[in-house]
Design a binder for this molecule. Sequence first.
Ligand code: UTP
Length: 405
Amino acid sequence: MNFEAASALLEKYSQQHVLHYYDKLSDTQKATLLSSIENIDFSAFKTLNMAENKQLGQVTPIDALSLKEIKKQRSRYIQTGLAAIREGRVGVVLLAGGQGTRLGFNGPKGTFNIGVNKPLYIFECQINSIMASCAPAQTLPHLFIMTSPQNDEITRKFMEEHDYFGYDKKLIHFFVQGVAPAINYDGKILMAEKYKPVLTPDGNGGWFAALNKAYGRMLSKWGIEWLNLAGVDNVLQKICDPAFIGATIGSGVNCGCKSVKKVSPEERVGVICKEDGVPTVIEYYDMPQKLKVRHDVKGELIFCYGVILNYLFSVEKLKETIKKKLPYHLAEKKIPCIKGGKKFVPEAPNGYKLEQLAVDLVKLMGSCIAYEVEREVEFAPVKNATGADSVESARALLIKNGVEL
Ligand code: UTP
């Protein structure tokens, strides 16, 4: 892309300031800047208003497979799930491209050591989980790990140095997610350097587009029909859980979604429900207050199923939706940048990262079962250094579940 084309493109989106220092740059810096502009997905700006001004349709509760129901059908579900794992029809995708800003750890979250008396890395917890679930099938699934341009190299190196925690190296495949520009409160792209926009990981919603680009043909070649998507930071989750896989496949739906009963109306988790009759996940900040607090006659929350970022998706259906653009959401963050030409490290949030969200895929699937799991047994996300959903709370839950730390 040459200067004139870049300038015209930026003008279309009122972002001409990106070229403010162009005349003062070296030739290499000019080339870097033009190439960055060429690679920015400006369609993100069009979808922003869509996500932020979205009007909800009619929101109704979803019938979930409750713990009680699952208990009754458990052995049947497990049989179906183990058969799918054994036949290689299930793959796992671990989302590890996040920046983990709330945890404040200087490195990819998966490389964090949650152990106390001996090392236990977050990646190790996830690998252990898959190996335990799949032991009865006597085989392991292909494992796809999503990284970001910022943490790809260090993640690969870490896994190699730890011998993939005993997983078969040939079954592990890394792929890199996309990035999006960060913006200030006026919607202007922030600059990391005079020749470089701030580009941050574009959320976990682009995972299938990125995976399909890197391994789309291999998914078909290896006969992978289902993908179990899991976040990296829930150290207690069961990945590739045969009962969950069997229940989803056996229900004839395109998607399964592990959920826990919310502890309070205000808990900051997305809720699986229906919008205009279609299963969907509504983020806590989009859920109207009157729906959040609605109770039934027994005093139970009506919109009670919170999602824990553990889904099973039909690959065929995912491929059908690939052309549909997910909206970008605004995530308010502290974003280091340049201000008046000088480096600026903010102490309070100063703008937004643009993120697509995996939860937005659920609605595109058309059909989905909510599958209840016990939160004390399957939900210990490491989001913060202390307090709720922290290293401390996750350690306590791991110990409660018999994991030696
Ligand atoms: P979070 O929403 O908790 O984001 O990610 P985060 O970046 O890890 O942490 P904060 O918000 O900066 O503190 C939920 C899951 O989605 C993955 C994360 O790695 C985690 O497994 N994720 C998030 C990505 O893979 N890419 C992203 O761009 C964002």
